[in-house]
Design a protein around this ligand. Structure first.
Ligand code: SF4
Length: 452
């Protein structure tokens, strides 16, 4: 019990950025949801698909589970990209979109943002990318200012694909870079040189058709504060619209984790060092005029909105298409089967290939407000309280946890709002996870009283 509480409550130290917690808590938005058993999924899905969309922001996620890359840290589920296989996959993906569009599920309420993720969607041949985008525009009720993001990799991103993407309505390209340092990149299995990365980003920006954003990773083996500063400077010099900065996670089973375990590659930075990289990025980017629009995301120009990521964190309804894609429609979250053959079989029968559904609990509205607020560094406490089920509102523990956050230097009061400090933003997953668990305990305690 002491360990559990220790991981929920931050330590009060003189250096909260580095030492408020000793481990990072995973954020599991679905952890308290009840699974629907496999035989019951078709009935539950039929209920979901026959319902018109409710009021509120909506999103669509399209999954391309293919990639030719060999990044050592990669924990994404993916298949090797090969043109015939990709084209066949797009045939089925288009069929799935058409099937859903024939149901009340898709409806007419505008979709604010579409995200093509993977894997690596830019591995698609230009003609497949073009026909997929055409179908998305034809069958989904996209808002007039819909943000359409394409995830891309430097290798294989040629002029033809860039033109097909922008002509098809893409207005935001997110290029995975991780580092501009060729040596650091190569050690992670990323083969493009810094020069090639810069040229490809310049090609995208020169089209003047949409936001060009990239992501940088900190805590990589071989990376030091100087190379991190050079990475941040490169984003400024290249005139990028947006930037994601995130910490390396050693995912069990990845080639990187195995090499670190064997000792054939040096240990990546620990949490206190990662915290220092994060704080440096906050300071350097703020000084250079970037706006921090979420804990990990930065905008340099008005073109960058980061709409999809902000809305999904606040619990916006998400339509999901593709093998392995995950979506949500209250009170459910759901995911398609990641198995390509099972995916094709289901779509060819005219069925939605849903393989997992979970039903949310009474804490979901609170969870959405918490995650959405933490993401932008500001928690509106009265709004949180209004979303608490009565037993949670009456329980002293959520308030006590907030007091501890203040004492530990992770948040500060501003009127009735809580603003996250730099340390609070670094430890954001722990704040979310701790608050969720405390509220879950309060709800369970009440249930036990009633059951008893
Ligand atoms: S490009 Fe992305 S999906 Fe492909 S191997 Fe690298 S991290 Fe994984």
């Amino acid at each position: 019990m002491r360990d559990l509480l220790g991981s929920l409550y931050p330590a009060v130290t003189s250096d909260p950025l580095r030492y408020a917690f000793t481990a990072r808590s995973p954020v599991m938005p679905r952890q308290d949801k009840q699974s629907v058993s496999a035989p019951e999924i078709p009935d539950h899905w039929a209920g979901v698909a026959q319902r018109e969309p409710a009021a509120g922001k909506r999103l669509a996620y399209v999954h391309i589970p293919f990639c030719r890359g060999n990044c050592l840290y990669c924990g994404f589920y993916r298949h090797r990209s090969a043109a015939p296989r990709l084209s066949r996959y797009i045939d089925w993906l288009i069929e799935e979109i058409r099937l859903d569009a024939g149901q009340p599920l898709v409806g007419e309420r505008p979709i604010q943002a579409v995200y093509l993720g993977g894997g690596t969607p830019s591995d698609l041949p230009a003609e497949d990318l073009a026909r997929l985008l055409e179908v998305l525009r034809e069958y989904l009720p996209l808002a007039a200012d819909c943000e359409i993001t394409l995830e891309a990799r430097v290798v294989g991103l040629n002029e033809e694909k860039v033109r097909a993407a922008f002509a098809g309505g893409v207005n935001r390209v997110s290029v995975g870079v991780q580092s501009f340092d060729t040596e650091v990149r190569r050690r992670q299995g990323r083969i493009a040189t810094a020069q090639e990365v810069a040229e490809r980003l310049a090609l995208l920006s020169s089209e003047e058709q949409g936001a060009v954003i990239t992501d940088l990773m900190f805590g990589l083996p071989g990376q030091d504060m100087d190379s991190w500063h050079r990475d941040l400077d490169s984003c400024q010099e290249l005139g990028l619209d947006g930037l994601d900065t995130y910490a390396l996670k050693l995912i069990p089973g990845t080639p990187l984790q195995k090499q670190v375990e064997r000792g054939s590659i040096e240990q990546p930075a620990g949490l206190p060092e990662q915290a220092a990289f994060y704080a440096e990025a906050v300071e350097a980017l703020t000084a250079a005029g970037w706006r921090q629009i979420s804990n990990s995301h930065w905008a340099r120009t008005p073109r960058e909105r980061n709409l999809y990521n902000l809305l999904i964190k606040s619990g916006a309804e998400t339509l999901a298409f593709g093998a392995g894609a995950g979506g949500s429609r209250e009170p459910y979250s759901y995911a398609n089967t990641p198995d390509l053959e099972a995916y094709e079989r289901a779509v060819s029968r005219g069925d939605k290939p849903v393989a997992m559904m979970r039903v949310s609990d009474a804490l979901q509205p609170l969870r959405d407000a918490l995650m959405g607020g933490v993401e932008v560094g500001r928690l509106e406490v009265p709004a949180l309280r209004a979303r608490m089920p009565m037993p949670v509102r009456a329980d002293p523990r959520p308030g006590q946890l907030i007091e501890r956050w203040v004492e530990a230097g992770l948040v500060v009061w501003s009127g009735e709002d809580l603003h996250l400090t730099v340390a609070g933003r670094f430890w954001a997953p722990n704040l979310i996870s701790g608050f969720q668990q405390i509220c879950g305990q309060a709800l369970d305690a009440e249930r036990r009283v009633h059951a008893g």
